[in-house]
Design a protein around this ligand. Structure first.
Ligand SMILES: Nc1nc2c(ncn2[C@@H]2O[C@H](COP(=O)(O)OP(=O)(O)OP(=O)(O)O)[C@@H](O)[C@H]2O)c(=O)[nH]1
Ligand SMILES: [Mg+2]
Length: 320
């Protein structure tokens, strides 16, 4: 049996919360659905048959929806072929064709949270300033606590004055514990937290870090140091290095993910603030340009507004 994957979601039994989370997903993706699904339907309904002109309009719609250029080209190529062979005649069937295309793309991702079955699982969370890291950590803690995991948070954002306090407030709200210390060294806090996590046998330790740009070499080195220090206490840690992206920033977020991935090798992405944007199509751009699996999506500011990313449900919420 693999030592990993207690939170692998594929084939997992659906929790009772399933329905509630699909409602949240639907409402979180409302803007995307209106723009992508709605925009596309508008174009499709205004044509009686699939032809060259319509394919060009579809292409335009996909660009508007922030789908990456290579995916657009590939999809339109496949559509072109389906048109040529007569496989698709009725324009409205394009929606099903597109859904199938997206499903196939995203199904290649392993979106489960990779944590050890035994011992302390460690998740380091990184990203640029204000992307939603601390809020995501609180939501993730809640998600794990709801699944009967004990959760410890490391306040390793020693940079921003109110960061520790913010994490503490969230921790109280969701029922997680926090380690902080007087040190200005984030790695020292992570070290203490790893110590405590081991001593008290926590299931999961989540490390909050200060926002940073990939261009700040010294700050990126700091993330490496946190990792080294944690690994010296807990072999194999961190088991997950998640980057939180602000979905409202579209292509910018994707460029940042490419840079972070080059520097610290991400294991997963959390696409936060999807509720505030119609840029849900950016998931395809993440697939195309970063190819690090999106493991969760953030659809609001509340503790329950984090949803494990599942391609099938995502596609349905985006179009149906
Ligand atoms: N609408 C919405 N807002 C979010 C979501 N996630 C985070 N936010 C908001 O984004 C803002 C920044 O969130 P933080 O969690 O403080 O971001 P951070 O990355 O920790 O910021 P720094 O530590 O300063 O780099 C807050 O106002 C959050 O409420 C989300 O999924 N949806
Ligand atoms: Mg923060």
């Amino acid at each position: 049996m693999s030592p990993f994957g207690i939170f692998r979601k594929k084939g997992a039994k659906k929790a009772k919360r399933g329905d509630k989370s699909s409602d949240k997903l639907r409402s979180g993706l409302k803007k995307t659905r209106q723009k992508v699904g709605g925009g596309l339907r508008g174009v499709l309904f205004s044509h009686r048959k699939l032809d060259q002109e319509l394919i060009e309009k579809i292409e335009e719609q996909l660009y508007i929806a922030d789908v990456g250029p290579r995916s657009v080209t590939r999809f339109c190529g496949e559509l072109q072929e389906a048109y040529r062979t007569g496989a698709i005649k009725d324009p409205i069937r394009v929606i099903e064709f597109l859904k199938e295309f997206i499903r196939k793309e995203l199904d290649q991702w392993d979106t489960g949270l990779r944590l050890p079955r035994e011992g302390v699982g460690v998740i380091m969370v990184a990203g640029v300033n204000g992307s939603g890291k601390t809020t995501t950590i609180a939501k993730l803690a809640k998600w794990l606590l709801d699944r009967d995991k004990s959760v410890l948070l490391a306040a390793s954002d020693t940079f921003r004055a109110a960061a520790v306090q913010q994490l503490e407030i969230w921790a109280r709200r969701v029922g997680a514990d926090v380690v902080k210390n007087e040190s200005a060294d984030p790695a020292a806090v992570a070290f203490d937290a790893a110590d405590k996590a081991l001593a008290r046998s926590y299931d999961v330790l989540i490390i909050d870090t200060a926002g940073r740009l990939h261009t700040r070499k010294n700050l990126m080195m700091e993330l490496h140091k946190i990792r080294r220090v944690v690994a010296s206490k807990i072999p194999g840690a961190p088991h997950e290095t998640l980057m939180v992206l602000d979905a409202t920033t579209g292509q910018n977020a994707i460029s940042q993910a490419i840079q972070f991935n080059d520097s610290i090798e991400l294991s997963g992405i959390v696409l936060a603030k999807l509720d505030g944007t119609a840029k849900g199509g950016a998931i395809l751009a993440v697939k195309e340009q970063v190819d690090v699996p999106v493991k969760f999506i953030g659809v609001g500011e509340g503790a329950d507004d984090l949803i494990p990313f599942e391609p099938e449900e995502f596609v349905r919420a985006m179009f149906d």
